[in-house]
Design a protein around this ligand. Sequence first.
Ligand code: CA
Length: 225
Amino acid sequence: MTKLLIVEDEADVRELVALVLREEGYAVDEAVDYTDGLALALTNDYDALVLDVRLPDGNGMDIARTLRRESRMVPILMLTAQRTPSDAVRGLDAGADDYLGKPFDVTELKARIRSLLRRGGPSRTDQLTCGTLVVNRLTRQALLAGERLTLTTKEFGVLEHLVAHAEQVVTRSALLEHVWERTRDPDSNVIDVHVARLRAKLQEGEGMPKISTVRGVGFMLTTST
Ligand code: CA
């Protein structure tokens, strides 16, 4: 049974999320505040969490941060108050896998949850794909429509991280931490330089992966159709 937790103090939003997800066949636990939410998330093995940012006694991002610190890799969807980049960036940096701005469409909520569950939590696969792109983490090779891409170590690292989080927004600081190991100034243009080089190596066309810029947040790898 797929088990989810929604942490949200606003009753109408919480009940809607729980209802919609139960209709999808998931078991859904509900928590109305930070304390209860964190306690539940730490004691149970959920398949995914939906966390509101603003809670009466704390911040949903701190729940995400605490879980990641404890190496709990449960997928997390953060509910942000507005479609503003700042909350989204903070949420992703706190360890959330995705975010959804309120008010949201229930169809989008269901799709985001399905996507989080598909990616799964801790299981890491050696071969990642996005459309015609295949990235192998063991051989550190990338094939685009069967043709091997010539990439530098850093370019491979950026591409690997984008493919591992395909169809999701990846922040600049996440890329910096993943590929450059030590935290640099997130405004540094080193990321843009590498993304520009990668874009030049990825061809356009049906099924081809494409790196989009998400203004003020980061990047997203998608498959063009
Ligand atoms: Ca709230």
